[in-house]
Design a protein around this ligand. Structure first.
Ligand SMILES: Nc1ncnc2c1ncn2[C@@H]1O[C@H](COP(=O)(O)OP(=O)(O)O)[C@@H](O)[C@H]1O
Ligand SMILES: [Mg+2]
Length: 291
């Protein structure tokens, strides 16, 4: 069995490098040959009107977010982990909420930011009033594409909201009810092959965001059955082989976001669970069973 790991050509993040290292270690432990390639567009592309593929692998493990490569690969029958559609749904936070809406998944009230293609157009007063009326203050603003908490903002006042929206109005974003019960706390749950495998509670006294990269305290936890059922359902609806789900600790718990390429260094340390091995075993079993 042979596979290719495709990585983003510009991502030099040390955590990403160590993740790659852990995955290659575990592939080699199960005698699966792996090549690592930069996803520069030439692995698979359109040539003379047809799909030209330069990979000779039984599967691709996709560590990038770019949409086209996995679509082209799947079109010629290559199994990609995660699938093109699942990666696309998770990469856009508003799309995630849209796909999960009406499926019985509790989530904070969420509104798509209006498209703005005129940088000179101001955020209107009536619009700001409407956001405050419908979602309250403080209110959460998130860019649809973002990670490590870096594109997530908490606006305490209408003035702060206006300022943030002026800054990001040309990109896609969402507005969301602030779940204050869960301030600085959430549960990160890893789901592999449809099953919850491990989880940690992340907490931060100094920030409303509980991302580990922002210095949160991370502790191993048992996953209550209500949260496990929700996470497994989310993974099934989106069609994820692997994911890390952020759950806000409200009553009932609410879905915050789904990471199709979740880092696992911290959760392996905290829980002692071998995430990389479990993912490799899942991939192996899918390829053997042609799933
Ligand atoms: N609606 C919300 N109410 C309260 N806290 C939130 C809300 N949305 C996000 N957070 C906090 O911000 C963190 C980062 O948000 P998240 O949507 O997971 O973005 P990222 O992809 O950057 O991790 C979450 O882990 C959570 O602690
Ligand atoms: Mg998150």
């Amino acid at each position: 069995m042979k596979g290719t790991i495709l990585i983003n050509p510009y991502d030099n993040h040390p955590v990403q490098k160590r993740k790659l290292q852990r995955m290659t270690e575990e592939f080699s432990a199960l005698n699966i040959e792996i090549e690592v390639k930069a996803n520069d567009g030439f692995a698979v592309y359109v040539k003379n009107g047809a799909i030209e593929c330069n990979l000779h692998s039984d599967f691709v493990l996709y560590f990038d977010k770019e949409r086209i490569t996995p679509m082209l690969l799947e079109k010629i029958g290559v199994r990609v982990f995660n699938s093109a559609r699942a990666t696309e749904i998770c990469d856009d936070k508003m799309l995630t909420h849209t796909v999960l809406a009406n499926e019985g998944i509790p989530m904070p009230d969420t509104v798509a930011g209006p498209l703005c293609y005129n940088p000179n157009a101001a955020i209107g007063d009536a619009y700001l009033d409407k956001v405050v009326e419908k979602l309250g203050l403080p209110v959460v603003v998130k860019q649809c594409h973002g990670s490590f908490g870096e594109q997530v903002y908490l606006c305490d006042t209408r003035r702060q909201l206006e300022k943030i929206l002026e800054e990001i109005k040309s990109q896609s974003y969402l507005l969301q009810h602030y779940e204050k019960e869960s301030r600085g706390r959430d549960m990160r749950v890893i789901v592999i092959g449809g099953k919850v495998v491990c989880a940690m509670v992340r907490s931060n006294d100094a920030d409303f965001r509980s991302n580990a990269s922002l210095g949160s305290k991370c502790e191993k936890t048992i996953v209550p059955s209500q949260i496990a059922a929700m996470c497994e359902k989310v993974a099934r609806i989106i069609g994820l082989d692997y994911c890390g789900i952020d759950v806000l600790l409200t009553d009932p718990p609410k879905l915050c976001e789904v990471n199709s390429n979740a880092m696992f260094e911290k959760i392996e340390q905290v829980t002692g669970f071998n995430v990389a091995r479990a993912y490799v075993e899942h991939i192996k079993s899918c390829i053997e069973k042609h799933l």
